[in-house]
Design a protein around this ligand. Structure first.
Ligand SMILES: CC(C)(COP(=O)(O)OP(=O)(O)OC[C@H]1O[C@@H](n2cnc3c(N)ncnc32)[C@H](O)[C@@H]1OP(=O)(O)O)[C@@H](O)C(=O)NCCC(=O)NCCS
Length: 326
């Protein structure tokens, strides 16, 4: 089944509520209208009702079916301020909270934290940091996960060749423990997309062929990841060719169950991860979907500012599907 058909099938008519803080943006409105009409998501739009209706009208969209929440008129405002102060646990006063929560990303994140929404999609007009930081501070990571990370789903061709690449977006230089957690979370993300996880922790070395502190980190991360999730096929340290090309795997890592057939590629730090997915996208003609933030208690997704309506629609479907991962 085509990737998005499978995801649509998982989420349709479940009433999953996704909050969109950038609700006057035409791309967001267009995607929200489609998601609502197809019964994939119940959109919650943040902003002034009048402004949203005007923007929707200009775009030829009927706004009547949307739930709109205006932070300036929000009935549960006091409760939200109180919950925020409690969650920040000494890091924000009531006065600071009142100010911070006027920011639509903080407001949307709090709606998600409070259970009024199930997830959030933002970032069409905000930077990654501004979109993601509220989630890191409020929603936080799941038990056993110390860092959230950003996975890309790489898809190519008619027969839908699919891989997971991570971390391509968040952690500049993860420790061995963090890298191990990224590997395990990426395996879970793979399952969501019906990809059988075979996880390669990548390096410039394969099974001791090179010596360096950077390689030691990947060796250690592989060991920790195997302990954390013995149910998954995980191996490292592997070079990319040893991970992907069966003939090279035969030569370099003949005993590995992952080498030559990896589906989840874990990069040792952000520079290689970010460069790596873009090379696959531009040289390899892969469609790059994401970044998908993994390991948060509730899903929050960061759009690229260059995103179009279709990108918003797709990332919202993914975000809704992520609410189904435990
Ligand atoms: C994601 C990012 C914006 C967070 O930056 P930041 O706000 O400066 O982070 P801080 O260190 O100040 O931490 C803020 C809070 O988030 C938490 N946090 C930061 N990174 C985290 C992570 N990866 N996972 C979980 N929590 C995290 C911190 O613990 C802190 O929580 P606290 O306030 O409750 O103590 C930052 O890691 C970043 O810019 N990464 C690179 C993103 C990027 O440029 N990518 C380019 C490709 S898209």
């Amino acid at each position: 089944m085509e990737l998005f058909d499978s995801l649509r099938f998982k989420i349709v008519r479940r009433g999953i509520k996704i909050v969109f803080p950038e609700a006057t943006d035409a791309r967001i409105l267009g995607a929200a209208a489609r998601l609502k009409a197809e019964e994939l998501v119940d959109p919650i739009l943040i902003g002034s009702e009048e402004e949203i209706r005007t923007a929707a009208h200009a775009r030829g969209i009927k706004a009547s079916g949307f739930t709109i929440i205006d932070p300036n008129k929000y009935e549960q405002w006091d409760e939200m301020v109180e919950a925020f102060v409690q969650r920040r646990n000494g890091k924000a006063s009531k006065e600071q909270a009142e100010k911070i929560l006027k920011d639509v990303n903080y407001f949307g994140t709090m709606l998600t934290y409070m259970g009024i929404a199930d997830g959030m999609v933002s970032g069409a007009i905000h930077s990654t940091g501004d979109t993601v930081r509220p989630a890191l501070q409020i929603i936080k990571t799941k038990p056993g996960v110390s860092r959230t990370s950003g996975a890309m789903i790489m898809v190519r061709g008619r027969d839908q060749e699919k891989y997971v690449f991570s971390d391509c977006a968040i952690n500049v230089n993860p420790t061995a423990q963090e890298l191990a957690e990224i590997a395990v979370d990426s395996a879970k993300t793979a399952e969501l997309f019906d990809i059988e996880p075979k996880v390669a922790l990548m390096s410039f070395s394969t099974k001791g062929s090179a010596k360096a502190a950077e390689v030691d980190k990947v060796v250690e991360a592989t060991k920790i990841a195997k302990e954390l999730a013995p149910q998954y096929m995980i191996d490292g340290e592997l070079q990319f060719d040893a991970s992907y090309v069966p003939a090279v795997a035969q030569l370099k890592a003949p005993d590995s169950k992952v080498a030559g057939q990896a589906t989840v590629f874990v990069f040792p730090e952000l520079q290689s991860g970010n460069i790596g997915y873009k090379i696959a996208q531009r040289f390899g003609n892969f469609e790059a979907i994401g970044p998908i933030l993994q390991g948060l208690n509730k899903p929050v997704s960061d759009l690229s500012r260059g995103a179009n309506e279709e990108d918003v629609y797709k990332l919202s479907i993914i975000t809704a599907a992520q609410t189904l991962i435990d």
